[in-house]
Design a binder for this molecule. Structure first.
Ligand SMILES: [Zn+2]
Ligand SMILES: [Zn+2]
Length: 252
């Protein structure tokens, strides 16, 4: 039975990535864009120049610290959202099956060259279409694998589901009546049973209203102009929504 040794496997992945990245660059010409932005919550990597935008889905392979000379796989990084590190578990599992300890240890001494090697392996294992390393800040280099192109309309639909909250930063959107707040207990009626971080269907939104709004809604028999006007629905972030829920319905 043939067993692959780690070094030749890693080298093969790096070679393959070179040609893959050439094709990727040729197709999308990333250098043409002036700005780039990526967001863990949406899982989108966006390049833009004026009105022109290009979007991809991505995940974070890991990070290389120039200061400590350490590599950390993102599955081992508590600061990275699941959304953009879930795929790295495939690499770890592959490492376990193949007995490649570099792929199964979370954090260890390394160098930049090896960081690229890991990124190449990650691309191979997950069928990535290209890679990207944003300009680093604070001596921490983040390595991204790009998994798919996302059309602008689809990307906008994803972004529309998020809001920049003053307290909680970038979170999913939620809707509450104008009366709900962070300090007073006034009831919490929901459109459907919810839990924090739950998956939502495309057409679903978190929606809640207070006892008074519920009285008006029941009197009107539905959400109509009158009950809607009374409720004065406002947009909040998901975290705010669940803080209000906890305040009103929280169990000790
Ligand atoms: Zn209300
Ligand atoms: Zn918030």
């Amino acid at each position: 039975m043939e067993t692959i040794d780690y070094n030749s496997f890693a080298k093969k992945c790096v070679d393959d990535l070179k040609s893959l990245q050439d094709r990727f660059q040729e197709e999308y010409d990333l250098n043409w864009y002036e700005n780039w932005f990526y967001n863990q919550a949406t899982g989108l990597l966006t390049f833009s120049s004026n009105e022109v935008e290009l979007n991809f889905k991505y995940f974070e392979v890991g990070s290389f610290s120039e200061k400590l000379n350490t590599w950390m796989w993102s599955w081992d990084n508590d600061d990275t959202l699941d959304n953009v590190k879930e795929k790295t578990k495939l690499i770890k599992r592959f490492g376990q099956r193949s007995n490649f300890s570099r792929l199964t240890n979370g954090c260890f001494q390394s160098d930049e060259f090896e960081a690229w090697e890991f990124t190449a392996i990650a691309t191979k294992v997950t069928n990535g279409i290209g890679v990207y390393r944003p300009v680093n800040h604070e001596q921490l280099q983040i390595f991204l694998v790009i998994t798919e192109f996302v059309d602008n309309e689809v990307a906008q639909n994803i972004k529309d589901k998020y809001v920049q909250c003053d307290i909680h930063e970038y979170k999913r959107i939620a809707f509450v009546c104008q009366h709900l707040n962070h300090t007073s207990k006034i009831g919490f009626e929901e459109a459907f049973e919810t839990s924090e971080d739950m998956e939502l269907m495309e057409e679903e939104d978190f929606q809640a209203w207070c006892n008074e709004c519920e009285v008006v809604r029941l009197k009107e028999g539905e959400w109509n102009d009158k009950s809607m006007e009374f409720s004065g629905i406002k947009l909040v972030c998901e975290k705010c929504y669940f803080e209000m829920k906890e305040l009103n319905l929280g169990h000790r």
